[in-house]
Write a new protein. Structure first.
Length: 161
C-alpha cells in the first residue's frame, strides 16, 4: 500500500466486480441472514423485493473480499519492484452504511473506493487517517451499496520532521 504522504484526495481504487448468483445468495443467507426473501425464491416473489435478492451483508462480504484481493495484489507488485510497502492500521469504523437498492440474483456489482479526506493523527504521529467513500454500483449504473470507511495508514519513516 502507499504511504499516507503518497495518498491524495480523489485517489480511486477500482476493486473489481462480483456477480451474485442465486445459489450463492441462498448459501450465504442460510448461514448468516436467513430471512425468507434471501433463501426462498417463492417467498422472495411475495415479498416487497419481488424476487430473490442478496443480503446487504453479502454485498459487504463481496466488497471485503475484493478489497483484500486488491490490496494483496498491490503489495505483491510493489514488493516485486523493490518498493517499500506501508502498513495499514486498524479501522476505527464505518459511517453511513447504505443499501439504496436491492442486489438481485444475476446482478453484477462493481466496487470502488475513493479517498475523500485525510489528516495526520494527533495521538499517533507515525500514522495518518484516511477516509474512503466506498460504493458498489450494479450493471445498470445504479448505486446499491455504500459507506464511509476510516482507516489508519502508516506515514513515511523518512518524512521530514
Amino acid at each position: 500500500m502507499k504511504y499516507f504522504e503518497d495518498t491524495a484526495i480523489g485517489d480511486r481504487l477500482e476493486l473489481g466486480s462480483h456477480t451474485f448468483l442465486a445459489d450463492d445468495i441462498k448459501a450465504v443467507a442460510r448461514r448468516f441472514d436467513p430471512q425468507r426473501f434471501h433463501i426462498d425464491e417463492a417467498e422472495a416473489e411475495r415479498s416487497h423485493f419481488g424476487r430473490l435478492c442478496a443480503s446487504g451483508w453479502h454485498t459487504g462480504f463481496a466488497w471485503m473480499r475484493l478489497f483484500v484481493d486488491y490490496r494483496n495484489a498491490l503489495i505483491d507488485k510493489m514488493r516485486a519492484r523493490g518498493e517499500p510497502v506501508a502498513k495499514l492500521g486498524p479501522s476505527p469504523g464505518y459511517q453511513n452504511l447504505k443499501w439504496p437498492k436491492p442486489v438481485y440474483a444475476g446482478d453484477t456489482v462493481t466496487y470502488v473506493m475513493e479517498v475523500v479526506e485525510k489528516r495526520e493523527s494527533k495521538s499517533r504521529p507515525e500514522w495518518g487517517i484516511v477516509q474512503f467513500q466506498v460504493t458498489g454500483t450494479n450493471q445498470n449504473g445504479e448505486p446499491v451499496f455504500g459507506f464511509l470507511s476510516t482507516g489508519f495508514i502508516e506515514r513515511r519513516p523518512d518524512r521530514p520532521a
